[in-house]
Ligand binder design. Structure first.
Ligand code: PLP
Length: 390
């Protein structure tokens, strides 16, 4: 997810523009008489709507915030259950915990995303919402998950933090469920330093999300901000003009980022296939994936450790699996569950299918600035290690 690889002069110019054109007003709202008509956050939201073919977008401080305001808009609270996959970033779980709802965590399948059967089996009469997560740029099953959810009266919110620019059956990830949430943090496909967005085609969800992100503000068109009423509770999850300005520039680079990643992944995979790479790859459900990483399965935990030792020796890094698995696999989150008494004493057996998948696989990062020579070098090293551990 290398938005940071193509971050520089254009973004710097966009920030200078804020100071040159409106004297440096960084607040996204108000100051109307002083800002010379410059509203970068609003422009960024409009550009996102156009790019992803969605009606409403609310820019916020992070995707964690986007998830929280989406859950607030959906009316999730105490007594409800929300289903998420065992492989995601902790933020998905944190956002649910903040609502007071009960978290229900289900296994992934070989797509490294929520197993639709596990989702269906976990539904109870308290299930309010499901959050499929498009991990490492590849879509969860957005045919089956929404179909099951619709049949059982469960709302779908997509955690598309890692899926910005990806598609499912030609539709942008994040636009298929009732709401979608994007991340623009420093490690994502396109970046604003910190930042996120909640998108939806449903006006009433948008109005609630917008209010929640800004202390409940109703966003009146007739009175000034100070005189506005509140339409409900809220918090401060606002985005600043600096992030809005950078977001507009990065959005303009998104197609290039995605095309380059996909091409680099395809080149690496072709070289491995030509060299007889013996391991199975992650199951990709739709070619609209982002090409963020090449993930493959080893045949045992011992072989995985041997492969990783080989990678270390050859100077190759991994992407999240396994280097940051602690932050991405629910098995390691007892610190979040203890207070609620969830999942006590059962980590050894819970999510065992996810553990088998995540503990016997390796993710190789794909970068935009990988030259053909570098891709050839990585392929040669992976082939050599595979031969050594086979
Ligand atoms: C799947 C997922 N959800 C949510 C988030 C939270 O995003 P942010 O860092 O913008 O709060 C992340 C960030 O890594 C993520 O990967």
């Amino acid at each position: 997810m290398p938005g940071f690889e193509v971050f520089g002069e254009e973004e710097r110019q966009a920030i200078n523009d804020i100071f040159d054109k409106n004297g440096g007003i960084l607040f996204a709202h108000g100051f109307d008489a002083m800002r010379n008509g410059v509203y970068r956050v609003r422009e960024f939201e409009a550009a996102v709507c156009k790019k992803f073919n969605v009606k409403y977008a609310q820019a916020v401080a992070s995707c964690t915030a986007a998830l929280r305001i989406a859950l607030a808009a959906a009316g999730v609270g105490r007594g409800d259950e929300v289903i998420i996959p065992a492989f995601t970033f902790v933020a998905t779980a944190e956002a649910v915990i903040q609502t007071g709802a009960d978290l229900v965590i289900v296994d992934i399948d070989e797509s490294f995303n929520m197993d639709p059967d596990a989702f269906e089996a976990a539904i109870t009469d308290r299930t309010k919402l499901v959050m499929p997560v498009h991990m490492m740029g590849a879509p969860a099953d957005m045919d089956r998950i929404p179909a099951i959810a619709a049949k059982r009266g469960v709302m779908v919110i997509e955690d598309s933090a890692q899926g910005v620019g990806g598609t499912w059956r030609g539709k942008h990830l994040g636009t298929i469920g009732a709401m979608g949430c994007y991340s623009f943090d420093a490690g994502k496909v396109m970046i604003t330093g910190e930042g996120g967005m909640t998108i939806t085609n449903d006006e009433s969800l948008f109005v609630k999300a917008r209010a929640y992100h800004d202390h409940g503000h109703e966003y009146s068109t007739t009175v000034g901000r100070g005189a506005e009423g509140a339409i409900g509770e809220g918090f401060n999850y606002r985005m600043t003009e600096l992030q809005g300005a950078i977001g507009i520039v990065q959005l303009g680079k998104l197609d290039m980022i995605v095309e380059t990643q996909r091409a680099n992944k395809a080149k690496l995979k072709a070289l491995l296939d030509d060299g007889g790479f013996p391991f199975r790859y992650r199951k990709i459900l739709d070619e609209g994936e982002l090409g963020d990483a090449l993930i493959f399965f080893l045949e045992s935990r011992d072989q995985t450790q041997a492969f990783l030792a080989g990678m270390q020796q050859e100077g190759l890094g991994t992407k999240n699996i396994p280097d940051a698995i602690r932050w991405h696999f629910a098995k390691h989150w007892s610190h979040m569950f203890e207070k609620y008494g969830w999942y006590r004493d059962s980590y050894a057996t819970l999510w065992s299918r996810s553990a088998d998948i995540l503990e016997q696989s390796v993710a190789v990062p794909i970068m935009i600035k990988m030259t053909d020579a570098r891709i050839e070098e990585v392929a040669a090293k992976l082939l050599k290690i595979a031969k050594d551990v086979a």
